[in-house]
Design a protein around this ligand. Structure first.
Ligand code: CP
Length: 332
């Protein structure tokens, strides 16, 4: 009923979602499954693409979007079970989602990692509280651990640009001045594994993804007939890649201690950037990033402004794929 990660979808189901998204893109999917219905969009964090593409997509499906920001345009929210709410939280998710469910046919929620407590945040507590209490489908618009709408747009973009079938896909860490959440690389790696791509994950030592997620990725890769390999060698990683997907993320070793992570990563500043010399080692790879991106930090102007860069088409695909996700969830 919910759309929290791509993990439970088969490769056929992922491809069907992309087929549906392409029908929306080409104007063939003109049905209005949301006619006369509303969808709530709950944002604990800022957004450009997710918010705008969801609002536009809901409108194009005939519906109405209700955007809420807890602590801003709606009350501050508690999510912990049995919490004694005698501090700053005014409303519990238990009431919040069930009330919204009386007005809306689905609820999208964005709730980033706070980057404070790894063991807690890796369980996606706020997203799971929404899913637990909700009577209507919950759509993950980026949680602490996953960004499945982004991953689906990414898989759609790879298929559109390079055709169907297995591709050599590089997910590369990049230097950024401060630690960032892991939701995008987690969901990209998972979906690439599910699609059966030949996935290389490159990051400096100490920047490993979650171990349980890596087990899931390896299992998915084996089932889909792809492969996954890890490297700490950024130059070797680019060799022969057909897709270069750049993203920065924080180290679990320094979770909740950003100053230590910042000190650790300082040595990687000039080395872990996507630039022309690295792209020249690829097999004419396309360059992808979820955006927003820091130019000349994550990627040079020369690469992001080149004909290899597909970041704007990738962002456009958020709209088409989210319409496909909404249509799929709401026809059940
Ligand atoms: N890629 C992405 O989710 O963008 P926003 O944070 O702007 O929504």
């Amino acid at each position: 009923m919910h759309f929290l990660t791509t993990a439970k979808l088969s490769r056929d189901e992922l491809n069907q979602l992309i087929d549906s998204a392409q029908r929306f893109e080409h104007g063939d999917g003109q049905s209005k499954p949301l006619a006369g219905r509303s969808v709530a969009l709950v944002f604990f964090n800022p957004s450009l693409r997710t918010r705008a593409s969801m609002q536009v997509g809901i409108y194009e499906l005939g519906g109405n979007a209700v955007a809420l920001e807890p602590g801003g345009t709606s009350w501050t929210l508690e999510h912990r079970e049995s919490a004694v709410m005698d501090t700053d939280k005014t409303e519990h998710v238990a009431e919040f989602v069930r009330v919204l469910g009386r007005y809306c046919v689905a609820i999208g929620v964005r709730t980033f990692a706070a980057l404070k407590n790894w063991e807690e945040e890796r369980t996606d507590p706020i997203l799971n509280a929404f899913a637990k209490y909700s009577d209507v489908p919950i759509i993950n618009l980026e949680s602490a651990m996953h960004h499945p709408c982004q991953a689906m747009a990414d898989m759609m973009t790879i298929r559109e640009k390079l055709g169907e079938g297995r591709k050599k896909v590089l997910l590369t860490w990049a230097w950024h001045p401060r630690p960032l959440p892991m939701a995008v690389p987690n969901s990209f790696a998972l979906a690439a594994a599910q699609m059966g791509h030949e996935l290389v994950i490159a990051h400096p030592k100490g920047y490993d993804l979650d171990e349980a997620l890596m087990e899931e990725i390896r299992g998915q890769e084996a089932r889909a007939g792809g492969s996954v390999s890890l490297t700490n060698d950024v130059d070797e990683a680019f060799a022969g890649a057909e897709v270069v997907y750049a993203k920065s993320w924080g180290s679990k070793d320094f979770y909740g201690e950003p100053e230590k992570d910042i000190a650790e990563r300082a040595r990687y500043r000039d080395k872990w950037i996507v630039d022309e010399p690295k792209m020249a080692r690829t097999n004419s790879a396309i360059f992808m990033h979820c955006l927003p991106v820091r130019r000349n930090v994550i990627v040079t102007d020369a690469v992001i402004d080149s004909s290899s860069s597909v970041v704007i088409d990738e962002a456009e695909n958020r709209l088409h794929v989210q319409k496909a996700i909404l249509a799929r969830l709401l026809k059940q």
